[in-house]
Design a protein around this ligand. Structure first.
Ligand SMILES: [Zn+2]
Length: 59
């Protein structure tokens, strides 16, 4: 289990699908080619500025 599982809600920027498990998100990347994700703290509901986002926005 990934350390962020059940703490971080991931939402795919491209299709708005939600993921609680990191492994589900990895499968989604492979299946769809979607790589942009937004992360939210599951407890506070606040958006987390992730390294993933910074990379995808700077390209
Ligand atoms: Zn997607």
């Amino acid at each position: 289990m990934h350390p962020e599982d059940l703490k971080i809600l991931r939402i795919c920027v491209e299709c708005r699908q939600r993921f609680i498990f990191h492994s589900d998100w990895e499968d989604h990347q492979v299946e769809t080619g979607h790589f942009s994700i937004k992360k939210y703290d599951l407890i506070s509901g606040e958006m987390i500025i992730s390294l993933d986002n910074r990379i995808s926005e700077s390209i």
